[in-house]
Design a protein around this ligand. Structure first.
Ligand SMILES: [Zn+2]
Ligand SMILES: [Zn+2]
Length: 331
C-alpha cells in the first residue's frame, strides 16, 4: 500500500502475537529502495514480504539499505536472511548493536543475570528460574547479522528522494531510533509511539537505571516536531502526534499512581507489587499469566519504581539482598 508518494507500507505477519503485523516501510530512492524494519524470521513472514515486494514489481535485489529501529525480533529478525539475498547495507544504533551478541548469540550470561535480578526484586527462586528463560523461544525468530553502519542519532540517511534524520529515542529499547523526514513532515516512529497501545518500557540488565525516564524524555523531544504523518511499526498510521504523546505520558502517570497505592503501609518488592496492580489480560490472575508476560509485567513495574525513585517519590530498602520500595518519607 502506497501511504505517501514514494512510501509503501508492507504488513509482515507476526504469528501468535496480538500485534498481528509489523509495518515494514519501503522508501523509494535514486539507487534502490530503503527498508525500515524487516519483521521476524519465520518462513511465512519471509514469503509474505517477498510476495508484497513482487506485487510492487520488486524483489529483495532492489533493496539497497535497511534501517532497523531497534533489535527486537519482530523488527530485526529477518534482516540476516534478507542480507543473504540482497545488496542491502544495514544500519542501526550503536547501543542496539551492543545487544545483538548478548541477546542472540551468547545469551547464557544474560539469562543467569536475569535470574539474579528477578530474585533481588522479590521473585521466589522457583519462579525466577521459570521466568528467566521465558524469552528463549524468541531466539528462533532471529537470523543474526551485523550492521555495516552504526548510528549515533546525528546522521541523515538519504535515498536521494527522502532525507531521514536519525533521532535517538531510548526507552522501549536503549538504542531505539525514529526517522524524521523534515521536508515531507513524516515521522517513522518504530515502537516508540504507537497510536493505540503504549509500547512496553521495561527495566532490565541492559536498560540503564531509569528507562522510563529516558522514554518520557524522548517522547517529549518529539512532541512538537512539525509532523503530518506518524508511521509506526505496529497498528495504523496517525496524525495527532502531540496529543498522543500527552496520552502516553498520562498513561504512565496513572500506572505510577496504581503502584504507589500498593505501598501506602509497608514496603514491598517489585514482584509483590506486580501481583497487586491490574494488567491488561482479562480474566487472568497474576499467577495464571504466561511466564513471559509475568516477567515483562514485573520489569515494567520496576521501570516505574525506578522512575519514581529518581523523582524522589519512593525510597529503596535493602533487606537481606532483597530490594523493596517504600513511599518517600514513610518509615
Ligand atoms: Zn519493540
Ligand atoms: Zn515491535
Amino acid at each position: 500500500m502506497e501511504v505517501f508518494p514514494g512510501v509503501h507500507q508492507l504488513k509482515v505477519p507476526i504469528p501468535d502475537n496480538p500485534l498481528e503485523y509489523l509495518n515494514c516501510y519501503l522508501l523509494q530512492g535514486d539507487r534502490g529502495w530503503l527498508m525500515i524494519d524487516t519483521g521476524w524470521s519465520t518462513e511465512s513472514s519471509f514469503v509474505s514480504l517477498q510476495a508484497q515486494l513482487s506485487e510492487l514489481g520488486l524483489s529483495f535485489l532492489d533493496i539497497s539499505q535497511i534501517v532497523i529501529t531497534h533489535v527486537h525480533a519482530d523488527h530485526y529478525g529477518l534482516a540476516g536472511r534478507i542480507r543473504q539475498i540482497s545488496p542491502a547495507k544495514l544500519a542501526l544504533h550503536h547501543w542496539e548493536k551492543a545487544l545483538i551478541e548478548s541477546r542472540y548469540v551468547h545469551f547464557a550470561e544474560l539469562q543467569a543475570g536475569m535470574g539474579e535480578l528477578l530474585q533481588v526484586h522479590g521473585a521466589p527462586p522457583a519462579v525466577a528460574k521459570e521466568l528467566k528463560v521465558a524469552s528463549e523461544p524468541v531466539l528462533g525468530y532471529v537470523i543474526v547479522t551485523w550492521p555495516d553502519q552504526v548510528l549515533y542519532g546525528v546522521e541523515t540517511i538519504s535515498t536521494g528522494q527522502f532525507n531521514l534524520q536519525v533521532l535517538w529515542t531510548p526507552g522501549h529499547s536503549p538504542g531505539h531510533i525514529c526517522l524524521y523526514e523534515p521536508e515531507k513532515k513524516l515521522l517513522f516512529s518504530g515502537d516508540h509511539i504507537l497510536p493505540v497501545i503504549t509500547s512496553s518500557v521495561v527495566y532490565h540488565l541492559q536498560s540503564g537505571t531509569n528507562p522510563l525516564g529516558d522514554f518520557i524524555n524522548s517522547l517529549k523531544q518529539l512532541q512538537h516536531l512539525p509532523v503530518n504523518l506518524v508511521l509506526p511499526a505496529h497498528e495504523h498510521i496517525f496524525t495527532n502526534l502531540s496529543q498522543r504523546v500527552d496520552q502516553m505520558v498520562q498513561h504512565h502517570e496513572e500506572r505510577k499512581k496504581a503502584i504507589l497505592g500498593t505501598i501506602t503501609a509497608a514496603p514491598r518488592t517489585a514482584y509483590d507489587i506486580s501481583g497487586l496492580i491490574p494488567w491488561n489480560l482479562p480474566d487472568t490472575t497474576w499467577e495464571q499469566m504466561p511466564p513471559l508476560h509475568r516477567r515483562l509485567a514485573m520489569m515494567e513495574t520496576l521501570a516505574h519504581l525506578q522512575y519514581m525513585w529518581f523523582d524522589g517519590q519512593v525510597e529503596i530498602v535493602n533487606r537481606d539482598h532483597i530490594i523493596l520500595y517504600k513511599r518517600a518519607g514513610k518509615d
